[in-house]
Design a protein around this ligand. Structure first.
Ligand code: SAH
Length: 353
């Protein structure tokens, strides 16, 4: 065995050495490397994993997204050369439920998965054998309308944090202190990266941005303008500007210290939807709205759908309604999760916004 090969070292060890030789690393670097290692090495979803997502809770989630996409596609004239593009498809469960539904409306798109994890690609291919894989959106064909969906994708992209100190704004970094990772302020002045009105903020104030989410929305909007189509981005987050760190880590369904076990826990940050809508609009795409998941699923008819499923399988009635409650309940995913809709300039508005 080749001792010292990077893959054999824990990420804690890698970061510790890097920090010892080069000084603190940025929060963004820490998060990017941690999640690449985390998603690259396991299937994190479900009861055996670290967290559970809406499509894994109930098929109704994917069915209603499929219904929305089919409605948009029908209103736009049923172009046959249409692509379903999913960002970070997890186990492929959402795509399977979406595609089973769109089929009933005659919508049978080409299927493209943007996924970096090789382990998850294998699982996705077993669920949706016709999927083609991409490392990012750039290799998705540049012709034909695109129906783009990302559920809990943007929250996994690395955030950059800036922190206000007595001596001005600095990048928030991760250092090594007393045998563990700790947040520290960088030494380069960063005031020019902060909006004018924030310059005098109280020491300790944190601003968080997600360059990867901004770039993704910029690219999605560009595709919608050029090729036509619609997009749904669903994630937990806020639709008004705010300050503070939202970096968090989940391990075995529990919140853990985000610095404690890099590469072994899922690191996420809330999505700043307020920042994303203007980016899409600046490229000429239609922003259909950003609403809570509870509102959106209710509008799309989740209650009727649950009743229908329970009618077919009365023995599962309780489980079906419990799953619905998890998806739309105010104290559950219904209020914290948001749905943002985008569309090409010539496409109609969508239901639920
Ligand atoms: N959408 C799925 C899974 C969410 S978990 C669901 O709702 O169940 C996040 C997903 O994004 C995983 O599939 C992960 O491998 C993928 N992912 C994370 N960072 C990525 C990146 N930079 N590029 C592409 N995929 C990424």
């Amino acid at each position: 065995m080749n001792e010292g090969a990077p893959s054999e070292k824990s990420l804690t060890e890698v970061f510790e050495r890097l920090i010892a030789s080069h000084g603190p690393i940025s929060v963004s670097h820490f998060m990017a490397e941690s999640n690449a290692r985390y998603y690259g090495g396991r299937d994190p979803l479900g009861a055996q994993g670290d967290f559970i997502t809406a499509p894994e809770i109930s098929q109704m989630f994917g069915e209603l997204i499929g219904l929305w996409l089919a409605d948009m596609w029908v209103k736009a004239g049923r172009d046959d050369m249409v692509h379903y593009v999913e960002l970070g498809p997890g186990r492929g469960t959402l795509a399977k439920d979406v595609l089973a539904t769109t089929r009933r409306y005659g919508l049978e798109p080409k299927v493209h998965f943007v996924e970096t994890s090789l382990i998850l690609r294998d699982i996705q291919l077993a669920t949706v054998p016709r999927a083609q894989f991409h490392d990012d959106l750039s290799s998705v064909p540049p012709y034909g309308p695109v129906l783009i969906v990302g559920n809990e994708f943007l929250d996994a992209l690395p955030v950059r944090q800036l922190v206000s100190t007595g001596q001005g704004w600095r990048e928030r970094m991760v250092g090594w202190q007393d045998g563990k990772f700790a947040f520290v302020a960088g030494d380069k002045p960063m005031d020019s990266a902060v909006p004018e009105y924030m310059r005098g903020a109280e020491p300790g104030t944190i601003i968080e941005t997600c360059p990867g989410a901004a770039a993704s929305v910029y690219e999605i909007a560009g595709r919608l303008v050029k090729q036509g189509g619609a997009a749904l981005l669903i994630d937990y987050g806020h639709d008004a500007p705010r300050t503070g760190s939202t970096l968090q880590a989940l391990k075995e369904h529990r919140m853990v210290d985000p610095l404690a076990m890099p590469g072994e826990a899922d690191l996420t940050a809330h999505v700043d939807f307020a920042a994303l809508a203007p980016i899409a609009q600046s490229r000429g795409a239609r922003w259909l709205g950003t609403v809570t998941q509870g509102h959106w699923l209710r509008h799309l008819g989740i209650e009727v759908r649950a009743e229908r499923l329970a009618g077919v399988a009365p023995e599962h009635r309780e489980a079906i309604f419990a799953a619905m409650e998890r998806l739309i309940g105010e104290g559950q995913m219904g209020a914290l999760f948001k749905v943002m809709g985008l569309a090409g300039p010539d496409w109609h508005g969508g239901e639920g916004f």
